[in-house]
Design a protein around this ligand. Structure first.
Ligand code: B12
Ligand code: SF4
Length: 496
């Protein structure tokens, strides 16, 4: 009889995440754990939710999982649908009887789902040691620990800390604290996706997340990237190409999405990576396609030959942070590119068949009406790229929110940022830029883009109109950050 090894750690991923590809976080943690000699298994509960809702003909209810502020009726509906699913998940976890349960919390909103699941798991498996990790743990880990929801939290990069935890080294940096950044990313094992059923995911062909770098070379004033990653670290082109080949051999994957904040942060390794893929295409006839985030650089930094190399290497679609049509606003943001750099980049992308998903947002603290009109001009001016299908989607982002840990947050005094009686931020230096005005700018930009037939992504109209209604009704103060706090007449998804 063969002896069944007990499962050292069961890793689960919870809603709400994307449904296109298996989750990279737990796949990365699994390979790190197994490299240290422990046994791990991954279960993607997020995709399980999707498939269950699909079976029940309730996919239209999916937005309930991504909404911060629900009406009482919506909350009741969510509880009714979700309660039995959470019970099933707790039973599934209990059936594996692992020593540790690792829960990956993708964003702040998933903390609510984590708590609801943990309450149920604690009843069925009172002795399991629960460790939470993932991007949503950064701000919430300590509270989850103090609330008894977990035995450990690992904030930041989890690979080394989880290995130490399983070895019993509970005071290793990162355990119940923020993990030190891992300097040499090439030394990490490739993520292990063997526990996932690729046919469950929504992408047409098997698609995977890949990480080429952590951190960013920029420090845009509205972004909190430096509070998450201090240093920019990157993998070599050889290592990245080897991971692609590895995943291709195991899962047939030719489509990859970079999780990096930017793929062109370090240009030498980026070019090496492209050359590796050109060579793989030539010698093995494998045509990888890859997409990600991208920053605009000058012609001197990225000459036309770089765009040709990207094309030959299978570069596909890139999110690009334009943020504002005003050069003055972008200069204040430290975006570090001019209109000329942007025009050059768009032209090069068009010429080489690279597709773009530009992102805009509204009401940066220094944004005046004149600046905003330049964003409207930008939308007008670039419609030719939408018509030529170089711009495949335009992201009409939210109104500016002041992210904890961002340079704007740290410079609140200098910018004279105050909170008005509605709980919304404004700057005494630019008092016309109120939440009302920001919401209005969002609406004007959206309407213009719609009228010009841009293919659009707009995730914020509904929540912004709720905030506006609250402001107009002058009910209880609306939240400063529309994504993260209760609003008048609505209930926060505080318990499930
Ligand atoms: C790709 C991505 C997406 C994709 C999702 C792809 C997918 N398959 O689900 C898309 C574009 C759909 C997306 C959407 C959203 N995203 Co997003 N996304 C990212 C991004 C760029 C990469 C995530 C990733 O895959 N990284 C690679 C893996 C390997 O890293 P990881 O998951 O962080 O895992 C590491 C650690 O976190 C940890 N870890 C992870 N799990 C576990 C578990 C255990 C037990 C342990 C110990 C450790 C651990 O160890 C891993 C290895 O070091 C990050 C930013 C970034 N660069 O990380 C933002 C990020 C995660 N997203 C974020 C947000 C807010 C969202 C949205 C809520 C945005 C919105 N308002 O709609 C949505 C929510 C998801 C949804 N509605 O579907 C925030 C989360 C911030 C927060 N604390 O809440 C981030 C950090 C961006 C940011 N700086 O604001 N996102
Ligand atoms: S907005 Fe993008 S480019 Fe700017 S610091 Fe953040 S991640 Fe980097």
């Amino acid at each position: 009889m063969t002896e069944v090894k007990p499962l050292d750690i069961l890793l689960v991923n919870i809603p709400r995440q994307d449904f296109y590809a298996p989750p990279a976080g737990i796949a990365q943690i699994k390979s790190a754990v197994e490299a240290a000699g422990f046994q791990a298994k991954c279960i993607d509960l997020n995709i399980d939710l999707y498939r269950r809702l699909e079976e029940q003909g309730k996919l239209d209810q999916m937005p309930l999982w991504a909404d911060w502020a629900l009406t009482n009726a919506q909350l009741e509906l969510l509880r009714e649908i979700y309660g039995p699913i959470l019970d099933d998940w707790a039973a599934l976890i209990a059936s594996h009887n692992p020593t540790y349960l690792g829960i990956s919390i993708f964003s702040n909103i998933s903390v609510i789902d984590a708590k609801a699941l943990i309450k149920r798991v604690r009843v069925l498996l009172p002795y399991v040691k629960i460790v939470v990790g993932g991007p949503g743990v950064k701000l919430n880990g300590q509270a989850l620990l103090e609330g008894g929801y977990c035995d450990f939290y690992i904030a930041g990069e989890g690979e080394l800390a989880i290995q130490a935890l399983l070895r019993g080294e509970n005071s290793f940096p990162g355990i119940n604290s923020y993990a030190a950044e891992i300097p040499f990313l090439d030394r990490l094992p490739f993520p292990d996706y063997s526990d996932f059923n690729f046919s469950s995911y929504r992408s047409q062909s098997p698609s995977l997340v890949i990480t080429g770098s952590r951190g960013c070379v920029r420090n845009c004033t509205f972004c909190n990237v430096r509070s998450t990653w201090k240093a920019f670290r990157f993998r070599t082109g050889k290592s990245l190409a080897a991971e692609m080949l590895h995943q291709h051999e195991r899962h047939g994957t030719t489509n990859f999405n970079f999780s990096d904040n930017l793929v062109n942060g370090a240009l030498h390794p980026f070019r090496d990576f492209c050359r590796e893929l050109v060579e793989i295409r030539r010698s093995r006839d494998i045509a990888f396609r890859w997409s990600g985030h991208f920053i605009i650089r000058s012609k001197a930094a990225m000459p036309p030959s770089d765009f040709e190399l990207m094309r030959d290497a299978g570069a596909d679609t890139f999110w690009v942070g334009i943020e504002s049509g005003s050069e003055a606003v972008r200069a204040h943001m430290k975006k570090m590119f001019s209109d000329a750099d942007m025009d050059y980049t768009f032209e090069q992308c068009q010429r080489n068949g690279l597709r773009l998903q530009p992102m805009l947002f509204f009401g940066y603290p220094t944004e005046t009406e004149a600046d905003f009109r330049q964003t409207l001009d930008w939308i007008q001016r670039n419609r030719r790229y939408s018509e030529s299908k170089t711009i495949v989607r335009l992201l009409i982002g939210a109104t500016m929110s002041i992210e904890p840990g961002s340079p704007v947050d740290e410079r609140r005094e200098e910018l004279k940022i105050r909170v008005d009686e509605q709980g919304q931020w404004y700057s005494e230096l630019f008092p016309e830029n109120t939440m009302d005005v920001r919401i209005e700018r969002h609406r004007r930009a959206l309407e213009l883009a719609q009228s010009l037939n841009y293919p659009l992504i707009d995730r914020h109209s509904k929540s912004l109109s709720r905030v506006r209604d609250n402001i107009l009704a002058h009910k209880i103060p609306a939240p400063e950050n529309t994504d993260a706090a209760p609003q008048a007449g609505l209930v926060y998804r505080r318990s499930l």
